[in-house]
Design a protein around this ligand. Structure first.
Ligand SMILES: [Zn+2]
Length: 240
């Protein structure tokens, strides 16, 4: 799956943009080379859980149900990671120490989920709602048992996760504005990126994910409406 960006140098030199399609990767910082050989950095501003959810929706629209479930499930795991960061930043833990702690559980998703539950309870004084058990089982059947799900089932799973994440994101965004902002802008502090910025050799790309759970209007679109908007716009948003 690719996303479009433009060559900043072409734009400066000749006043017209040349377009480059980049393959998604997971750290958000890319090197692009245009047809003229200009090399520049590209910073994709979306969080990984947003990108993964969009991947899931694209797979679903293209008819790959198992792959859709895999991406939606990964999105949820990265969403827990993001939420843990926001909650810890709010407690005054520096990002560097959050990352050092994360390394201790990086390969163990059950421990990450436990960390999220207890951090949530510690912050709010009550237990978080979990993802509904039927959908946990559904995910495990698909990922671990080779179950091939129906399209309707995948739609139900995706809609449940979408609503689950949106409701938690609303709380995080409203109650912890400062740490939320720190979490979503952290990748811009990458030294390579700061250097490129000094040289004016960087393009910041903000996509318009149709299933964007963090946009200003998140929660105003139902999952079905957001998915339909993606179906209509996907060829422009994500060139093949
Ligand atoms: Zn160029």
């Amino acid at each position: 799956m690719k996303f479009p960006t433009i060559c900043h140098k072409c734009l400066v030199e000749q006043g017209t943009a040349s377009f480059i399609d980049l393959d998604f990767q997971d750290d958000g910082i890319y090197t692009s080379v245009c047809e003229k050989g200009h090399e520049s950095l590209v910073c994709l501003q979306e969080e990984l859980f947003q990108i993964l959810f969009e991947h899931g929706a694209m797979a679903l629209l293209d008819g790959y149900q198992r792959e859709a479930v895999s991406s939606f499930a990964s999105s949820l795991e990265r969403f827990y990671e993001f939420s843990i960061k926001v909650l810890l930043l709010h407690r005054g833990v520096p990002m560097e120490e959050i990352q050092n702690t994360w390394k201790l559980v990086a390969a163990q998703s059950e421990r990450q989920l436990g960390a999220f539950y207890f951090l949530f309870a510690s912050q709010f004084g009550f237990a978080p709602n979990p993802v509904a058990q039927q959908w946990v089982k559904f995910r495990n059947d698909v990922i671990h048992k080779g179950h091939i799900p129906s399209r309707d089932k995948v739609l139900g799973y995706a809609e449940h996760l979408y609503n689950y994440m949106v409701s938690l994101l609303k709380v995080l965004k409203e109650d912890f504005q400062e740490s939320f902002l720190t979490a979503i802008t952290h990748k811009q502090k990458n030294p390579q990126l700061i250097e490129a910025q000094k040289e004016g050799n960087i393009t910041f790309v903000g996509l318009s994910p149709m299933l964007d759970m963090m946009s200003a209007s998140f929660g105003t679109k139902t999952f079905g409406e957001a998915l339909e908007a993606l179906r209509v716009n996907k060829d422009v948003l994500y060139p093949k």
